[in-house]
Design a protein around this ligand. Structure first.
Ligand code: PFF
Length: 450
């Protein structure tokens, strides 16, 4: 039997778990990354593969992570250690926990840099430079900002400090309090923006771009990106959700929570696309503009609205907070391990984890200025390399191993007890985690790398 509670604290209800996990899932991946990656990969066909990955691979792995976490009630490294022992499986499965903690550092390092851009944009918007700005002006403001190493590092540092303070305060006082107000606010604001995009005149062009399936535009590399994006957006494959599962009340339903989280996350991504693409087309911008897409289109939209400066400031405040509720979950696996292993305080754990991630993030902070010519992987800046390795390799690999472990090696009594299912439903779950998810990830890997 698993421990009833975790030593790190507990979510106060099932709803709080869902909000926190959605807070982890909904972040820069939805508002910033999804639209630009979909744009670079031609739109519709990419979206279909992405949605298939969310439902066939994402939800089963999301459920697996939660159930492993709730059974182990510790950091992923120690949870995997306990569960391999009780299931009589090979200790090598602990690799899942170690790689997850490493992926957390890699992602957090560049995530904080982009979140810093978003925070800086609160003030760029507030300055009024975007009032009636055209595409060229907005692109120039973005290039000027990201071209300044001092500014980028400053905002990266501020974001990391904020993350550190919240994480240090603990589950209830830090995280729960943040997500309770910010998640509903973010959702409401996105709806306002969709309303605006509907009136921009190019709404249907945006809809067509996202939902017309032209498979000629999708390459093998695009399929890998769609799968990587599905893992990234659901925070899967690195133990973040496993850690959150460790703090989940014992009676809450895992499958219905996982489905809610995936639906919330997917709607936020699609809504972001429905805001950004109509504005891209209305302003004659390129859908394949890359990481700057959101930082150019959204300011133009607000710049041409009455009251737009106010709403624009709000928007970037909320994006920053959406990023924070995700960043916290990137810290948590390594932090929980640190606290368990060294028997030290959350505060110390937070300082160590955030400082390492901050230092690694300097590489990404410089990728848009003094380090723009420095390539780590062929043709990729430090920033692009961190993003590529974590999303396209580490997260899918971690997710595949989690599915395999849950399906083949974990005691199946634990699976049935944690999921509270039996019969046909249990068989369906097993088919998904034993075959569909790992084979799906495996095929995409083979197709891309061999
Ligand atoms: N899901 C987050 C987003 O879409 O922005 C990013 C993320 C958070 C990825 C936590 C992985 C993770 F463990």
């Amino acid at each position: 039997m698993s421990a009833p509670e975790s030593v790190h604290g507990m979510w106060s209800s099932r709803l709080m778990f869902i909000l926190a996990a959605s807070g982890s899932a909904v972040g820069l991946g939805n508002i910033w990354r999804f639209p630009y990656v979909a744009g670079e990969n031609g739109g519709g066909a990419f979206v279909i593969v992405y949605l298939a990955c969310i439902f066939l691979i994402g939800i089963p792995i999301l459920s697996s992570e939660i159930l492993l976490g709730r059974e182990g009630r510790q950091s992923p490294i120690h949870t995997m250690k306990t569960l391999t022992k009780t299931s009589g499986a090979n200790g090598a499965w602990q690799f899942i926990g170690w790689m997850g903690a490493l992926a957390g550092f890699v992602i957090l390092s560049y995530y904080s840099v982009v979140a810093g851009w978003a925070m800086a944009y609160v003030f760029e918007m507030g300055s009024g430079v975007f009032v009636n700005a055209d595409g060229a002006t907005a692109s120039q403001v973005f290039a000027d900002f990201t071209g300044s190493p001092g500014k980028v590092v400053l905002w990266h540092s501020i974001f990391m400090l904020l993350t550190m303070f919240i994480v240090a305060r603990g589950i209830t006082e830090g995280l729960e309090r943040t997500v309770k107000y910010l998640m509903p606010a973010l959702f409401a604001l996105l709806l306002v923006l969709v309303g605006y995009a509907m009136n921009s005149g190019h709404f249907m062009e945006g809809v067509a771009f996202l939902f017309s399936f032209d498979f000629d535009k999708l390459t093998g590399a695009g399929v890998l990106m769609a799968m990587g994006q599905a893992f990234f957006t659901l925070s899967l494959g690195m133990g973040a959700i496993m850690t959150y599962g460790a703090y989940m009340p014992k009676d809450a339903s895992i499958l219905s929570s996982a489905t809610s989280i995936a639906l919330i996350d997917t709607s936020m991504a699609l809504l972001s696309g429905l805001v950004i693409f109509p504005l891209v087309f209305a302003n004659g911008l390129e859908s394949s503009a890359g990481p700057g897409l959101m930082f150019v289109t959204i300011p133009i939209a607000f710049g041409s609205m009455s009251g737009g400066t106010f709403f624009g400031v709000m928007f970037f405040v909320l994006v920053s907070f959406a990023a924070i509720t995700s960043a916290i979950s990137l810290v948590e696996p390594a932090l929980a391990w640190f606290v368990e292993k060294l028997n030290t305080s959350r505060r110390n754990g937070a300082i160590v984890v955030c400082t390492i991630a901050w230092a690694l993030g300097l590489g990404s902070a410089f990728s848009t200025n003094i380090g723009s010519e420095l390539y780590l992987l062929p043709g990729m800046t430090f920033f692009d390399s961190m993003d590529y390795v974590s999303n396209n390799i580490m997260l899918p690999l971690g997710g595949m191993l989690i599915a395999l472990f849950t399906g083949w090696f974990l005691s199946q009594d634990i699976v049935a007890r944690q999921l509270q299912i039996s019969g046909g439903k249990l068989i369906m779950f097993k088919v998904l985690v034993r075959f569909v998810a790992p084979i799906g990830v495996g095929l995409v890997f083979i197709n891309t790398f061999i």
